[in-house]
Ligand binder design. Sequence first.
Ligand SMILES: C[S@@+](CC[C@H](N)C(=O)[O-])C[C@H]1O[C@@H](n2cnc3c(N)ncnc32)[C@H](O)[C@@H]1O
Length: 252
Amino acid sequence: MRESRRRREIQDYYLGISADEITSHLTPASFDLWESVARYQRELQLGARWLEVGGGTGDLAAAALERGYDVLMTDVEVTLLDMAARRHPKLQTRLQHADLFDPDDLGAVAARGPFSIVTAVGAVLNHARDRRALVRGFEHLVALGDTSSLIVVDLMLSEMFPGHPPSVWADFLHVLPGLDMLARLIRSSGLLVLEAHSLYHRYSPTSTFDQEFDERMLRLFFHKSPAAGARVARREAGARPPAPCPGGRPLP
Ligand SMILES: C[S@@+](CC[C@H](N)C(=O)[O-])C[C@H]1O[C@@H](n2cnc3c(N)ncnc32)[C@H](O)[C@@H]1O
């Protein structure tokens, strides 16, 4: 019930705005996504298989394809996948319907891997139903990356907005994690942070929202490596049960 409401909200929102508003591809940035990806591909000796999660109208996926990457794009919204196929016919065989937060969809996407580059840009992860789902979505992204892979994630963080709000869109279900949660996600995944950039975009009023809206998010480049896996395994093996509380009472 709640899930179908979330889907409808995503559909109502994304189908009510223009393609240029959906894509993060046009967001001005102080760094070049393509240069960074190409550099890490070279330095980390990664393959060309690129998974673009929540690809929307496909502009970013199509640009990656143009640059020689072997792209698979997913989205939860079938109408957007159809739009991507119409805008970019070369993507037609490279589109898959999948919900990032759904464990059942994970296997179907993984079966088309392994992927050397995994991107979930344009705040896809913020579309989680709640914090638990956001953690699951992040874990899915990490799981979809090959043993050594580049993972690029955009996240709107609560601390990037005045007053640290828990949400910023009144009409649209989403989660704004804080830096503390991001730190926990990075630590538990064992990922190495390669780069972090602040993205900022001011949207003009639209037919659905009559004021300007400031969108702020962090773009993070991570390296998933065999060493990261080993770090997590070592930490888990070393985890001891909590020490007994004095007097048998729980510590405050
Ligand atoms: C702001 S758009 C970003 C599009 C594209 N990644 C880009 O940066 O140009 C966010 C996209 O996330 C998709 N999305 C929302 N929830 C999703 C989910 N659970 N699984 C996969 N995609 C999702 C939306 O349908 C939308 O296409």
